[in-house]
Design a binder for this molecule. Structure first.
Ligand code: V47
Length: 385
């Protein structure tokens, strides 16, 4: 599939988008001001056409999904993020910590057959130290050698290194030796310091998140990146956030590293958390969700994959998001707490067949992938070259 040959300009009604359409057509990088214009425009289909043009140029109709499993080893958290409904304090009847045996037992259940990626993030609990993680990763790898371990937000990594009395670098090296293979993109929230004060006071600042992501990249560990939107942030905070991710990716790529594999816009789920009790914050709308996908595709010209995360925006809208710049639906998930504790109404899981159907019905080519975007035959499961 080739990109549309007709000038993009004709798909755009908003005059403010016309110069951006010309830049996109010419493959030029967009600026901070361009980002603001993308957030300001009411011309959603024009914005979508620009994002879809870039998506088709980069990936054609290829659209990825992964058979994955989400799991949190604890919900106990000593950090206090106001947007989070998942956290529990010690003594809370909801509080739990899973042992390595619990997790291996859980992963042995039949619903996990076919899972290629284990995505684990959890609370910040000082009783868990490096020996817990080494034992956990080794136990999982011993039972499921093929399972890819995608674990730790950049803030979680910082926390568990500190409580283990290690530098972050030492902590990562020991985790990698035990089986850690990549890191998810969570915990970035919004980098702007003023907004962080309101939504996650006390959480490590943006520089910690960015420095640890860079460190992972330098060690050859691919990571993802995210942005939490739809709460009290303003467009300028989001453009700033995206440009900080793009700058870091430039630095990693200049060193010949993979860096970020995927960006995932995370729609704020507004129930059962302090932030929503303090402010009136509406559920994100379809227009907002599609805009975030499209803006990311246009601004993050150096991050290959943009996910439409169906857990937070619903499967139907994620499917439409494939026409607005997304080329990945993430995965089967199987069990999810972070978004659902905060009010997500999506199902807990989507089967491989459902993901394939969503992608194909939208007119795209469904490709099963693993975490590193190696693809697999849909029928036989054999690795494709
Ligand atoms: O780190 C917490 C965010 C993240 C809420 O890397 C919330 O492939 C919305 O990072 N509303 C976890 N978001 C999810 C995540 C993720 C998801 C899918 C794929 C990948 C990937 C990563 O969710 C947390 C936090 O940033 N979060 N509470 C909330 N109320």
């Amino acid at each position: 599939m080739t990109a549309p040959s007709r000038p993009l300009d004709q798909y755009v009604r908003d005059l403010a988008l016309k110069p951006i359409a010309a830049k996109v057509q010419a493959g030029e990088r967009l600026t901070f001001e361009d980002g603001l214009a993308l957030y300001a425009t009411k011309d959603l289909t024009g914005l979508g056409a620009l994002a879809n043009h870039v998506r088709l140029q980069k990936h054609g109709l290829k659209t990825y999904f992964v058979q994955n499993r989400r799991l949190s080893y604890t919900n106990i958290c000593y950090t206090h993020c106001q947007f989070c409904a998942f956290q529990a304090k010690p003594g809370d009847p909801r509080a739990y910590v899973l042992s390595a045996e619990d997790i291996v037992k859980e992963l042995s259940k039949p619903e996990n057959a076919g899972v290629k990626e284990l995505h684990m993030v959890a609370g910040h609990y000082p009783k868990l130290k490096i020996d817990y993680f080494e034992n956990l990763f080794r136990s999982i790898k011993a039972a499921f050698p093929q399972l890819h371990l995608k674990v730790f937000t950049m803030v979680e990594m910082d926390y568990y290194a500190k409580v283990s009395g290690l530098t972050t670098s030492e902590f990562i090296d020991r985790c990698v030796a035990a089986g850690l293979e990549s890191c998810p993109g969570g915990g970035a929230e919004i980098f702007d310091a003023g907004i962080r004060e309101e939504i996650c006071v006390g959480k490590k600042d943006a520089n910690v998140w960015l420095r640890n992501a860079e460190l992972c990249h330098e060690k050859g560990i691919p990571t993802n990146c995210t942005m939490l939107y739809g709460h009290i942030e303003k467009p300028e905070h989001k453009v700033d956030h995206l440009l900080r991710l793009r700058d870091l990716q430039d630095r990693s790529q200049a060193k010949g590293l993979t860096g970020f594999l995927a960006y995932i816009p995370l729609a704020y789920q507004n129930e059962n958390n302090e932030l929503s009790r303090k402010h009136v914050i509406h559920e994100t709308t379809g227009v907002q969700d599609l805009r975030e996908i499209a803006v990311a595709r246009l601004m993050l010209d150096n991050i290959p994959h943009v996910k439409a995360y169906w857990v937070m925006i619903g499967a139907g809208l994620a499917q439409v998001g494939l026409h607005y710049g997304a080329n990945d639906l993430d995965g089967t998930i199987i069990e999810e707490e972070i978004a659902h504790d905060a009010g997500a109404t999506s199902p807990q899981a989507l089967s491989k067949a459902e993901l394939v159907r969503l992608i194909q019905e939208a007119g795209f080519e469904a490709l099963e992938r693993d975490n590193l975007y190696q693809t697999y035959d849909l029928e036989t499961g054999a690795a494709l070259s």
